[in-house]
Design a protein around this ligand. Structure first.
Ligand SMILES: *[C@@H]1O[C@H](CO)[C@@H](O)[C@H](O)[C@H]1NC(C)=O
Ligand SMILES: *[C@@H]1O[C@H](CO)[C@@H](O)[C@H](O)[C@H]1NC(C)=O
Ligand SMILES: *[C@@H]1O[C@H](CO)[C@@H](O)[C@H](O)[C@H]1NC(C)=O
Ligand SMILES: *[C@@H]1O[C@H](CO)[C@@H](O)[C@H](O)[C@H]1NC(C)=O
Length: 340
């Protein structure tokens, strides 16, 4: 069976709406979920049947307006690798964190000497890589998307998003867990699979030093964070990866078209946006779920896993309209698809 996008279903699908008032708490990097309320219907069923077919509708072929991604250069090196002399090439790594690794080359090299830097071979060799990025949004609650999510080749989860107890709605497969130190939990094996890869997004030097201490079982770094990281145990170095800072660079300068981000401190693309950027580089199909704010309801829950509401996050907020507008454009052009 061939998969076709039904335009009407797209219009009904409210992921990433509305954008004008979107706010989020920068400090907690909560913007791993965008948009508003959830609608399931035919669209959901279409996705399920598509996953069972051989047909690959790559995002590039679906993209009916290429001008949305004018300067997009695909880079399939998802992780920093020690191969190929990366410390003097390519150029983008010459930026400071989080857009490059300038000043942290030595520590990064040490980490890479202990960890690995490949995607699992069984995924790498797929002709059609189908990826889903599972955000933490409340739109996943009662969504019954668990089985659908589990069928993707690559399931990307963000930060400390739990799985146990929510399997019916969010699935229980995790290929990549994208995180930074402040978002970790003590025992990373609890909410992940045996083969889950733990992918650090290095925002600052402390993040790199923290990872090195874990990988080498040294005294933990506890200063330099905006929230004290959990004392992470059982993190198998063979499962640790460092996200290629190219995605941060590309997200800021090419996708969001905000070259100033690189000069200013503090206002970086969010982990959710980075995960989508990773998807566009590595995956043939990029679907997203759980990217949503209950913007129309003050008491609306934010996450699928706790009771935090819009009211509680009303105080320290920061405007990321830009990210949301861009994701909406991607959605409207058929580049990414929303399951919720
Ligand atoms: C394609 O996108 C550009 C810029 O986003 C816009 O100006 C143009 O009208 C779009 N074309 C179509 C056919 O949607
Ligand atoms: C989810 O389902 C439970 C029980 O079936 C119900 O009590 C709850 O209101 C539902 N939540 C949402 C957000 O629909
Ligand atoms: C996920 O859940 C299914 C069904 O409950 C189970 O068979 C499978 O072993 C689980 N997988 C993992 C990795 O926990
Ligand atoms: C890590 O170091 C602690 C003490 O510093 C030691 O008890 C523990 O066995 C070490 N773990 C590994 C995996 O080497």
């Amino acid at each position: 069976m061939k998969f076709r996008i039904n335009r009407r279903d797209w219009n009904k699908n409210k992921c990433f709406f509305p954008f004008t008032l979107i706010l989020f708490i920068l400090a907690i990097h909560w913007a791993t979920f965008f948009g508003s309320s959830l609608q399931l219907g035919k669209f959901h069923i279409d996705i399920t049947s598509r996953l069972q077919t051989e047909h690959c509708s790559t995002w590039l072929s679906r993209n009916n307006n290429l001008s949305i991604l004018p300067n997009f250069i695909q880079n399939t090196d998802v992780f920093l690798t020690i191969e190929g002399g990366w410390w003097y090439k390519p150029n983008y790594l010459h930026h400071s964190l989080p857009y490059g690794i300038k000043g942290n080359e030595v520590v990064v090299k040490k980490i890479l000497a202990r960890t690995q830097f490949n995607m699992p071979k069984e995924i790498d060799r797929l002709n059609c890589k189908r990826c889903v990025i599972v955000g933490n949004g409340n739109t996943l609650r009662n969504s019954s998307l668990g089985e659908t999510i589990n069928k993707y080749d690559v399931v990307i989860r963000l930060n400390n998003a739990p799985v146990r107890g929510y399997e019916k709605d969010v699935g229980n497969k995790t290929t990549l867990r994208i995180f930074y130190p402040e978002s970790t939990i003590e025992d990373p094996t609890v909410e992940n699979n045996l083969d889950t890869l733990f992918v650090l997004v290095p925002f600052k030097a402390a993040d790199i030093n923290w990872l090195k201490a874990i990988v080498y079982n040294e005294t933990r770094i506890t200063t330099g964070f905006w929230k004290r990281p959990a004392f992470v145990k059982n993190l198998d170095p063979a499962k640790v990866r460092i996200l290629n800072p190219y995605f941060m660079y590309q997200a800021a300068t090419k996708l969001l078209d905000q070259p100033n981000m690189i000069k200013r401190r503090g206002n970086h693309p969010t982990t959710g946006f980075l995960a989508i950027t990773l998807g566009l580089n590595y995956c043939d199909e990029v679907d997203v779920a759980g990217f949503g704010y209950p913007l129309n309801q003050k008491d609306g829950r934010i996450h699928y896993f706790d009771r935090l509401s819009m009211k509680q996050m009303a105080n320290s907020v920061h405007n990321v309209t830009h990210e949301h507008l861009f994701l909406k454009k991607l959605k409207n052009a058929g580049v990414i698809k929303c399951l919720t």
